[in-house]
Design a protein around this ligand. Structure first.
Ligand code: GLA
Length: 732
């Protein structure tokens, strides 16, 4: 059992292979956080808990004589607002009498083998390996608001999940204004944070900053996890590198508006509070009701950021993604979007499929434009029936013809959206989110459907169900092309309007779950204008997500590298597109585009009729190579490598198979310069004593030499070159 409780000291110890998490109930029933970090055996970390009288930091009533004890500096498991902790609160509620303070004290706990699950929200699944659950109940004896803190300990995976359920055990309604999923205090050892910010077409760029005595807050108010700030932060210190030092990950399993606050207090303690975005949020909890916060995935790595990424890659592959899709190569697809945008008909799509087959792809995906009156982005969203003007014989027939070519068929949908110019909106204008008496904010000419409504969800399910019943569809791309605004539901009473954004997310999850249960073999690729909803919550339902609308291979180097800090490559939809690229107008070699896209769920998104015979040949080879290297890339260990010797800008990454007999190394140049030093990298994760044969050069070099002496490449020249080395050792 990975969970222990020391009765005498009232201390909890959660232990994973390489980490320990400790908490303690103090003599007044407050639950103090003691330690999270590298394994320390059975040491009671309470000795690190020091107190001193810090001015203007008041004391809980029971501690009047002990001025050192203050909520304001004490490491807490789940901080609350209003009772003397002036740092970020995890919980803030208002009681019926207007009191806004909450003071949680220990009431009970239990632990058991196995993992708790959440109703209506995504969660890390138990699947393989040992998992134990600790539940601690805290309660405010005055307001009778209780918080059930749950901890899932994934022993072999070095992961601890956390969530909090807030229950109203009083006789009156309570308004929850903030309920975070996690509060984590670090008295020592954390001085920097890394967040993943970006924008449409340039998502998840790591931003590392030193913490000052302030509160840094990142997040999204867009009703989606967003292109702008991923619901994931890393805490570390100035000694942490890719391969050494402490790193802590806090990843929310949530796809809506979120907030991560990292605050350093007067005493140098660092606190992270992460959960649903509180701005605009308010949830009315009637007596006896409970509010479930989303789950957080925590991990600790003592071997730097690569170690932390490995922990996340493993847990997402093995415990977040539906295991039906784990390790199963998704078909290499050709997507119609950048090939023809809205401009197609039945014949041109069929021709595209014929060419897709000739290239060696395995599925034709018909993107936006096939439904309703959809000829551009002004109309049609919501009308999920085929546009027979464009596709005369209908979709069922087209899909059959494509299947007859030996290809699978995929279809694009954007269920949560509606155009004003649609039959759906004309029939149900109240189904869109909008404020009474105010023109709604529009984006891409579309409004957002009120997913909190059951009738909306039922309509959408019936549309998707009909498509899936009537047409042979092997894959769906589920898009979401705007941020949410005017989050007002025509169906909810005024005092519940603060619930809309969260109910929206719950509505989407429940629709996805219903589809998953009805069509368990259907592969859904998530998408939100590229990677605007790339999060562990969506990955629970959609095992891969379109990583970015930017398909430029050089931009993708940084987008995919940034994404790799938290998410494995198998989750990243990644396509080879035309040159010059449609987003950046940059020209890149087809080989570079192939190598970059092959480090993800590979697809093509171009018009094959514009390709030369040589390029077509190259694509056929790329696909064969991708299929051959699939398990090495998608199931292997991923490493970010840094090449600094050449003085040019390069991105380097490596995969190593589980038995460490095989590796694949990619080095790509963002720029080149004449007469530079030889690009040089030290490889990682190899066996010291094994001798590896390099496929591309025939060289035979030991693992120790490649890792400690490194490897030097030819000087990079030309437009955006990318070099790949495949290493194989004789099996043991
Ligand atoms: C979004 C997606 C694109 C494409 C378009 C279609 O932007 O990210 O890949 O599907 O929508 O409108």
């Amino acid at each position: 059992m990975s969970i222990r409780y020391y009765e005498e000291e009232q201390r909890f110890v959660l232990e994973t292979r390489n980490s320990v998490y400790q908490m303690k109930i103090d003599r007044t029933g407050c639950l103090r956080h003691l330690y999270y970090g590298r394994s320390v055996g059975s040491a009671d970390m309470n000795y690190l808990y020091r107190t001193t009288d810090r001015g203007f930091s008041g004391n809980p009533y029971e501690f009047q004589d002990d001025r050192g004890c203050s909520f304001d500096v004490m490491p807490q498991e789940y901080s609350t607002y209003g009772v003397g902790d002036y740092r970020a609160a995890a919980l803030r509620c208002t009681a019926e009498n207007g009191s806004r303070s909450t003071d949680l004290r220990y009431e009970s706990h239990n632990y058991k083998e196995g993992k708790y699950i959440l109703e209506g929200l995504p969660y890390v699944r138990e699947n393989s390996g040992t998992v134990d659950t600790l539940t601690i109940k805290l309660k405010d004896p005055v307001t009778n608001v209780a918080a059930w803190l749950e901890y899932g300990v994934f022993e072999e995976k070095d992961v601890i999940t956390r969530t909090a359920r807030i229950c109203n055990e009083s006789q009156d309604a309570v308004m929850i204004e903030k309920a975070a999923s996690v509060c984590l205090d670090f008295p020592y050892g954390v001085s920097e944070m890394i967040s993943f910010s970006g924008r449409h077409c340039m998502e998840r760029q790591p931003f590392r900053q030193k913490l000052g005595q302030n509160c840094v807050s990142v997040g999204s108010k867009r009703g989606m996890s967003s292109h702008h700030n991923n619901p994931f932060v890393i805490l570390c210190n100035d000694e942490t590198t890719e391969d050494t030092g402490d790193a802590y990950g806090v990843m929310l399993m949530y796809s809506g508006s979120h907030k991560e606050e990292v605050e350093k207090d007067q005493a140098g303690n660092v606190r992270v509070v992460a959960g649903i975005q509180e701005e605009g949020f308010c949830w009315k909890l009637e007596p006896g009701e409970a509010f479930q916060t989303p789950e957080t995935i925590l991990t600790y790595s003592g071997s730097g950021l690569n170690g932390l990424s490995s922990n996340y890659h493993r847990i997402i592959r093995e415990n977040v993604i539906d295991q039906k899709f784990r390790g199963k190569r998704s078909p290499v697809l050709l997507n119609s979007w950048e090939a023809s945008y809205f401009d197609f008909d039945e014949k041109s799509i069929y021709d595209l499929a014929v060419q897709a087959r000739e290239l060696g792809t395995e599925m034709l995906v018909l993107d936006d434009g096939w439904f309703g009156a959809r000829n551009d982005d002004h109309a049609g969203l919501g009308d999920w029936y085929v546009n027979e003007n464009k596709l005369k014989g209908g979709l069922a027939q087209l899909s059959e013809k494509i299947h007859d070519l030996g290809l699978q068929f995929g279809l694009w949908v954007e269920p949560e959206m509606v155009n004003e110019n649609s039959d759906l909106y004309r029939t149900h204008p109240d189904w869109a989110l909008k404020d009474p008496g105010r023109n709604p904010n529009v984006a891409r000419n579309q409004l957002v459907l009120d997913m909190s409504r059951e009738d909306v969800r039922e309509y959408l399910f019936s549309c998707i169900d009909r498509l899936l019943r009537e047409i042979r569809i092997d894959y769906m791309k589920w898009d979401f092309n705007r941020s949410v605004a005017n989050a007002y539901s025509a169906q909810l009473p005024p005092e519940r309007e603060g619930e809309v954004l969260h109910r929206f997310v719950l509505g989407t999850y429940s629709l996805l779950e219903k589809i998953r249960c009805a069509y368990p073999d259907l592969l859904i690729e998530g998408c939100a204008g590229g990677g605007g909803r790339f999060d562990a919550g969506m990955l629970f339902y959609t095992p891969q997500i379109w990583c970015s609308d930017n398909t430029d291979a050089v931009s993708r180097l940084r987008i995919q590298e940034g994404t790799s800090y938290g998410y494995p490559v198998c989750t990243m939809g990644s396509h080879v597109s035309a040159s010059p690229n449609h987003q950046t107008r940059r020209n890149t070699p087809i080989s570079t585009r192939g190598i970059v896209a092959s480090s993800g769920a590979l697809g093509y998104e171009l018009d094959p009729s514009t390709l030369s015979p040589e390029e077509k040949d190259e694509i056929r080879k790329q696909i064969a190579q991708y299929q051959e290297d699939y398990s090495l890339v998608h199931e292997g260990t991923y490493y970010r490598l840094h090449e600094k010797a050449s003085g040019t800008s390069t991105v380097c990454w490596q995969f190593v198979s589980a038995d460490r007999n095989e590796a694949l190394l990619n080095l790509a140049a963002e720029s080149v310069a004449p007469n530079t030093p030889f690009p040089h990298v030290r490889m990682k994760g190899l066996k010291e004593n094994a001798v590896y044969t390099i496929r591309e050069t025939g060289q035979q070099i030991s693992g120790a030499a490649l890792m400690y002496g490194g490897y030097s490449f030819d000087i990079l020249a030309g437009d955006y070159p990318c070099v790949q080395l495949h290493l194989a050792a004789a099996a043991d």
